[in-house]
Design a protein around this ligand. Structure first.
Ligand SMILES: CCCCCCCCCCCCC/C=C/C(=O)SCCNC(=O)CCNC(=O)[C@H](O)C(C)(C)COP(=O)(O)OP(=O)(O)OC[C@H]1O[C@@H](n2cnc3c(N)ncnc32)[C@H](O)[C@@H]1OP(=O)(O)O
Length: 723
């Protein structure tokens, strides 16, 4: 059994034992169930302590069992039994009590915890509801309002706050088992039915229907398209509406429905994908197991623009002092204002106290002298995208900084080697590509160059976690993984415009799919001048003219609409007109007939016949083109596993987690169908190179392999004969 049973001083101690996080697999559930029955039967036992091994209580049900695991007792059987026990049972919590772990604690008559503990019901984040009585018992412990908040967000609650909320009975210090024994022995004379949560009523103020409606509206707007938060609200409301037993039975039905839902399956996939990508490896052989990260106790950021300022903020709010360098005082002052404003916003959002924010700000040392960086452990360069300038900076840094300093570039497109070769420490040069707004967006694309060492990679992967990002390691190519895949996606969106669609139709299709924002809205946010400059730079490099009226550019299909909008002074949201018009800087996008006319005129002048394009075609063309690119990225070894691509899209472009990511989505559609469509579009649009089918996709479309093995096939770790 995966729960140890020992007796100390007439108290039965049941220790959950399932490495690494004591997940409640069937054997653990059976262990607890057998343990409490044994303790109840034994007349020498006066009370019970339930706790966990390895410094943690329990991280919840074993998520891997949800795909059809072993049976074992249902979790609420444990609760039903404890509810009828006369001997007191205490949950002695250290580390985490999450999901089913917190539910087990709520079955107990009492809960004590160390100050460092965090509790929560994170099931909603994997598309579920707390199906072990959580939606019915937590409101009885803390009231409807708190329970709705905890269960619909999945946020962790620190011990002291949980104690104030009535979830924890006592905060203790010292050895948790000793404390548990002491505590529970003091409760032996108390009637357990008085403290049993089943017997309590749910506290709330106001009208239940109003509370329910307000909670529904909130989750529908906050978690657009997701089913689980809605079901969570229903079930928590049931705790106040229904008798205990009916509430529990209904909760179990909801849980089973959600467990089988495609949304929960995708979110469970995403949970493990996020963990799989931490097991990175370099083509040279170095990997997460063998490489040791260097300590980063001090840092520097070059460039105090929106990007650099945001990066500096990430560092200081994570406790890493940062020297922020700008070329002159005026730019530096402007950058500091950005940092201050963002810090204030963080305070307003309740994420930092004023005191904490002040303390963070003292960790920022602004300067106009790059020489001040000489002793820092790591520097992130975040100046604008100009290779010559970046090389100059790296050459200087190489001269100035101590030999151990790691030099990072926040380039979004330039090859790492083209910057690293400006230094004599190529092994210590690495890409750290943040996404705008850099303080908010979770993705950190870490890019290795030909000579980047495993130690350098380990350092920036660890740094990513420290500053609360999701770091993904990728190889170097133009645009890296995220922007390289975004290119065919947005190009197809523009081609759809010139073939007959409109920005609002395309964006609506994407948002109906689940994207939080459409392609053209994003383009307006980043600024049309950016897209225009990228094209102009590509033309300059190739030594050709950028012509808005040519249907071909560099041997490929071209859509000159962005140039035409740019020429018409439409810069995007910042000047109130782009693909849409805006009444204010915070305004919503409004369809602009001028843009429709501009598109129609563009088509007339080029002799393009417009037609009705259905939503299925729009979605397919944007997504399949990008998925095909994803397979090319795997094929070229720039990612080692398909999961990396999905995590990049979830955290870089807010792909809905309940759709798993583009590669997972492809696996659900079926690679055969995707490949056939890619071939069809390649035939239809022969001048768009992104439709040239990936050979890996071609290979995988003929066999039935799980996504977790696609990277192995690409890298030759798994050989497939059947073709
Ligand atoms: C007939 C079929 C029946 C099937 C039904 C099954 C039975 C159902 C029982 C009843 C269920 C009632 C409802 C309850 C539902 C739940 O409890 S769902 C789970 C809720 N819990 C969570 O979502 C917590 C998930 N974990 C975390 O958030 C974090 O892991 C952590 C605990 C905060 C620790 O973080 P960190 O230190 O950063 O470590 P990680 O890298 O995240 O994790 C370490 C490894 O542990 C694995 N892991 C973590 N949690 C679980 C888990 N709950 N189940 C399985 N595995 C887990 C994680 O994957 C890591 O391992 P690797 O992937 O190998 O790296």
């Amino acid at each position: 059994m995966m729960a140890d049973y020992t007796v100390r001083d007439q108290v039965a101690v049941i220790e959950l034992d399932n490495p690494p996080v004591n997940a409640l697999g069937s054997a653990v559930r059976a262990g607890i169930y057998d343990g409490i029955r044994k303790a109840d039967r034994d007349p020498n036992i006066k009370a019970v302590v339930i706790c966990g091994k390895r410094g943690t209580f329990c991280a919840g049900a074993d998520i891997r069992e949800f795909d059809g695991g072993k049976n074992g007792p249902w979790i609420t059987d444990i609760g039903d039994f404890i509810d009828n026990m006369k001997k007191p049972v205490v949950a002695a919590i250290e580390g985490f009590a999450l999901g089913g772990g917190l539910e087990v604690a709520l079955f107990c008559h009492y809960r004590i915890a160390l100050k460092t503990v965090r509790v929560g019901q994170p099931e909603v984040q994997i598309g579920l509801l707390p199906g072990g009585g959580g939606t019915i018992r937590l409101p009885r412990a803390t009231g409807l309002k708190n329970a709705l908040d905890i269960i619909t967000t999945g946020n962790h609650v620190p011990a002291e706050k949980a104690a104030k909320m009535g979830i924890i009975d006592q905060i203790v210090t010292g050895d948790i088992i000793e404390e548990g024994i002491k505590f529970v022995k003091s409760k032996c004379n108390i009637d357990t039915s008085l403290v049993c949560l089943r017997m309590k009523t749910v506290k709330y103020s106001g009208d239940l229907d109003d509370i329910s409606e307000a909670a529904m509206t909130k989750v529908k707007s906050k978690f657009k398209g997701a089913i689980a938060p809605i079901v969570c609200v229903k079930s928590v409301i049931n705790s106040a509406k229904m008798p205990y037993e009916k509430g529990i039975d209904t909760e179990k039905e909801h849980f089973q429905d959600l467990r089988h839902s495609s949304q929960s399956k995708a979110m469970r996939y995403a949970f493990f994908a996020e963990r799989a990508i931490t097991r990175w490896q370099l083509p040279s052989g170095g990997n997460y197991k063998t490489a040791k990260p260097l300590p980063v106790k001090t840092s520097g950021v070059i460039g105090a623009g929106t990007m650099g300022g945001g990066i500096a903020l990430c560092l200081i709010t994570s406790g890493i002092p940062c020297i922020l360098v700008e070329q002159n005082q005026q730019f530096l002052d402007k950058g500091l204002e950005i940092v201050k404003a963002q810090l204030m916003r963080t305070v307003q959002l309740g994420k930092l106290s004023t005191e904490q924010a002040k303390k963070c700000f003292t960790m920022l040392k602004p300067t106009t002298n790059i020489e001040d960086l000489k002793n820092v452990d790591l520097v992130i360069e975040a100046v604008y995208e100009d290779l010559k300038l970046k090389r100059e900076i790296f050459e200087k840094l190489d001269r100035i900084c101590k030999s151990e300093t790691i030099l990072c570039t926040n380039t979004s497109s330039l090859h790492i080697d083209s910057i690293a070769t400006a230094t004599k420490r190529q092994s210590k040069v690495v890409g750290t590509h943040f996404f705008a707004p850099s303080y908010i967006m979770k993705l950190l694309e870490n890019i290795y160059g030909t000579k980047t060492s495993a130690e350098t990679v380990a350092t920036v992967m660890k740094l990513g976690k420290t500053i609360k990002k999701v770091p993904v390691l990728v190889g170097s190519c133009t645009g890296f993984v995220a922007n390289r895949m975004l290119k065919p996606y947005s190009e197809e969106a523009q081609y759809c415009l010139e073939e007959g669609s409109t920005p609002s139709i395309v964006d609506t299709v994407l948002m109906d799919f689940g994207m939080p924002i459409g392609n053209f809205q994003v383009s307006d946010l980043s600024g049309l001048d950016i897209g225009f400059r990228i094209k102009r730079e590509a033309a300059r490099k190739a030594g050709v003219e950028l012509s808005k009226n040519s249907r071909f550019f560099l041997g490929q299909r071209n859509c000159g609409l962005i140039e035409k909008l740019y020429e018409a002074g439409r810069m995007g949201k910042k000047n109130g007109k782009g693909w849409y018009k805006y009444e204010s800087l915070n305004g919503k996008p409004i369809v602009d007939p001028e843009v429709t006319m501009l598109i129609e005129e563009h088509c007339r002048s080029l002799g393009i016949e417009r037609r009705n394009i259905g939503s299925q075609e729009i979605l397919e063309r944007m997504q399949y083109a990008m998925i095909n690119e994803g397979f090319k990225i795997l094929e070229e070894g720039l990612c080692t596993m398909a999961e990396e691509i999905d995590v990049i899209w979830i955290y870089g472009f807010s792909w809905p987690k309940y759709m798993g990511g583009p590669m997972y989505y492809a696996s659900q559609i079926g690679l055969k169908k995707i490949y056939e469509k890619v071939c069809y579009y390649h035939k239809t649009f022969p001048y768009s190179m992104h439709w040239v089918p990936s050979s890996l996709l071609a290979k995988l479309s003929q066999i039935d392999l799980p996504l977790s093995e696609w990277g192995d096939v690409a890298q030759g770790r798994k050989l497939v004969n059947k073709l």
